[in-house]
Every structure is written in structure tokens, then in C-alpha cells.
Write a protein that binds this ligand. Structure first.
Ligand SMILES: Cc1ncc(COP(=O)(O)O)c(C=O)c1O
Length: 369
């Protein structure tokens, strides 16, 4: 049984609400005007790319974004800004989260002097809960998994008149997740913007890690919309114990995977893919690969103990998943279909994202020491 699926994608974008919100997004202008804005670095790991037989490995390092240690705050800042433009009187924002989204949302709500109520699933670590609480949010841990926690939060909002800022979409809940996806566009724009005279991306293959798929679909949308047929190949990476996109491809429709959800990759520990995200992913991702916790531990250590003159990167369990996916593909036999399809060789320019720093410092220390 393969750990990957190659998707013969149509490279089209459906004409729907999320496409029109993404198309009219001005998140880059919004973010770059804020006093808290910082552009995160694109790190070139020369020694590692040499060692792995590739031309370049670039890593967009999100371990310090707006003073937080994950890119997720890009989504909630933009969504809350858009919603408050329409309805400035909202008093309480609420969400379900396995950590990073909730922290970003609590931080954003505090900036606007709004109350944040956050629900976390049973597996969320105490360190992640404390990190969210440090931004004045009320955090409640439920004896539920991530998907069930989303449903619970949505019901609580209906019952109490709170405003749900969820980074996953479902039937009749698509506007806010689309604003969140639009917020993520900021960091894709920071990396490269095509010009009339140069429609060629700097990269051949991009690896994007997936939870509900909102972030990856934002990246796919960006490259499809701007680079059309000459876009880089895009590979999605998921934990083998929470592989909603992989299972959805296998089944030909969006489903919740029948897996244990027992993984150290907390940010990727999700069930059914987001509705909006799936519509983009199924048309624009080239492949999906599953990785294990052990694969990601190796990748975290690779980032932490760099080769030669490469910079050190502090990468959490979900942050290092893209590198883990790349290393896994490179380890396949020459004849492996995915390896052949991606044509990885000493001319290949790879883009990875370190989507989080040491968001759970205790686990991080255990893994790197
Ligand atoms: C660090 C990190 N990376 C990647 C992701 C994946 O984002 P999405 O759930 O939109 O697929 C998350 C989600 O929370 C995350 O926290």
C-alpha cells in the first residue's frame, strides 16, 4: 500500500465564494501597513541541498511572525479585520483549535479589545493552552477530537450570539474560512510575485503540510491563479494518523479519515478537510504523501542541527512536516512513481515552509536533545 497518491489535476479554479474572496483579497496591503508587521525570512539551506543532491532548498521560516511562533496569525488578523469592517459591534470571537490558530485568534481579538473564547480538543497540551490563555482568552478543553470540537464551538456561537472565526469550512460556513485563507496569501506574496515579463516561479517543487488544508489550498490557489500552467509542482504532506486529504483522494470525495489521530503533529491533527480547501486541493495539488512522527522528529533535528554554514531553524512538530515529506520522497527507490514524477535532481529548486517554531517548548526539547 503506497504512502502517496499522485493527482492528475485539472489546474482549474471553481467559480465560487472562496475564489471570489481570494481574488479580491487585499491582505498583503492590510498586513504590511500594521505596526506589528514583520516579513519572515526565506532561508537558503545550501549545505543541506548539496547533501540531498538538489540545487536549492529554500525555507520560508515562520517561527517568528508578528512576535508569535507560527504563520497562523496571518489568517485570523485578516478575517477579524474584514468582519469588524462589516460589524464593528461584535463583542466575542470564538473558535476551535489544536493550538496555533487559537493563539493567533486570541492575539488578534486582544488587539481589537474583543473577548476570545477558545475550545481545544482532548489532546491539546497544557503548554499550548497556557500560550493561548496568555492573550486573555478563556480556554476550555473538551473530551472531543478536533472535528467534534469545531462542531461544539459552532453550536456555542449559535446559542450565545458569539462570532465563530474557524479556519475550516463546511456547508453554509464558508465566508470566514475564505478570509482566513486570504490572510495566508500575504506570506506567499512575500516570497514571489510574478511580473508581466517573468511568469516563471523560482521553484520547481513545493511541499505544503496539511491539517484541514486551508493553508495549503491558499498556496495552491496563489500559484494556480498567478502562474497558471507554469506553476511549480505542489505536494501536500500529512501525518499518517490524520490523513484527511489522502483518504479523500482515495475515496474520490471529502471524508474524515478512519485513523487514530495519535500524532505529535498537533497542528496537522485534523479530520475531514475543509470544504473550501478541498475544492481547490482536488483541482490543483499534484500529490499527497503521508509521513510518520518519526519522519518529522528526524526533520526537526535536521533543521536544529544544520549542516556546514546553513542557518539553524527552530521548527516544531508540524513546522518540520514539509522537510520530512521531501526527505521521505528522496529516500524512495529510483523507480518509485512519485520520485520519477517530481523529477528531483541536482537542478531542482525546492520550497519548504517552517510553519511553526517551538510552539510546545517541552516536547521540542525532548525531541532535539
Ligand atoms: C504549524 C502549522 N502548520 C500547518 C498547519 C496546517 O494548516 P491547515 O489546518 O489550514 O491545513 C497548521 C494548522 O493549524 C499549523 O498549526
Amino acid at each position: 500500500m503506497n504512502d502517496f497518491i499522485i493527482n492528475n489535476c485539472s489546474n482549474t479554479l471553481d467559480n465560487n465564494l472562496s475564489n471570489s474572496i481570494l481574488k479580491s483579497s487585499n491582505s498583503y496591503d492590510f498586513h504590511t501597513k500594521q505596526d506589528y508587521y514583520n516579513k519572515t525570512p526565506l532561508v537558503n539551506l545550501d549545505s543541506l541541498s548539496n547533501h540531498l543532491g538538489l540545487k536549492n532548498i529554500f525555507v520560508k521560516d515562520e517561527s517568528n511572525r508578528f512576535g508569535l511562533n507560527s504563520f497562523k496569525v496571518l489568517g485570523s488578523t485578516y478575517a477579524i479585520h474584514e468582519i469588524l469592517k462589516k460589524n464593528p459591534n461584535i463583542g466575542v470571537f470564538c473558535t476551535a483549535t489544536d493550538g496555533n490558530h487559537g493563539k493567533g485568534m486570541a492575539w488578534s481579538a486582544k488587539k481589537y479589545n474583543k473577548k476570545a473564547i477558545i475550545y481545544v480538543p482532548r489532546d491539546t497540551s497544557i503548554n499550548r493552552i497556557k500560550a493561548i490563555e496568555s492573550y486573555n482568552a478563556d480556554v476550555y478543553q473538551l473530551d472531543l477530537n478536533y472535528e467534534e470540537t469545531c462542531i461544539y464551538a459552532s453550536q456555542k456561537c449559535d446559542d450565545n450570539g458569539w462570532y465563530l472565526i474557524q479556519d475550516a469550512s463546511w456547508d453554509n460556513y464558508e465566508e470566514i474560512p475564505s478570509y482566513i485563507m486570504s490572510g495566508y496569501l500575504t506570506h506567499f506574496k512575500e516570497i514571489e510575485i510574478p511580473s508581466k515579463t517573468n511568469l516563471q516561479s523560482k521553484f520547481d517543487v513545493i511541499f505544503l503540510q496539511c491539517g484541514v488544508g486551508s493553508w495549503a489550498s491558499s498556496g495552491i490557489w496563489y500559484y494556480l491563479n498567478n502562474y497558471k500552467g507554469v506553476r511549480p509542482k505542489i505536494v501536500l504532506v500529512e501525518p499518517e494518523e490524520a490523513c484527511g486529504v489522502f483518504e479523500s483522494f482515495k475515496n474520490g470525495k471529502r471524508i474524515s479519515p478512519n485513523t487514530s489521530f495519535n500524532t505529535i503533529m498537533a497542528g496537522l491533527n485534523c479530520g475531514i478537510p475543509s470544504k473550501n480547501a478541498w475544492e481547490i486541493i482536488k483541482n490543483g495539488c499534484d500529490a499527497v504523501i503521508k509521513i510518520s512522527d518519526s519522519d518529522v522528529r528526524t526533520a526537526m533535528r535536521q533543521f536544529y542541527y544544520p549542516l556546514g554554514n546553513d542557518s539553524q531553524i527552530i521548527s516544531g512538530e508540524s513546522g518540520a512536516a514539509g522537510l520530512a515529506g521531501l526527505i521521505k520522497v528522496l529516500g524512495f527507490e529510483k523507480s518509485n512513481d512519485l520520485k520519477k514524477f517530481l523529477n528531483l535532481n541536482n537542478d531542482s529548486k525546492i520550497l519548504l515552509f517552517n510553519t511553526e517554531g517551538n510552539t510546545d517548548p517541552e516536547n521540542f526539547q525532548n525531541i532535539i536533545s
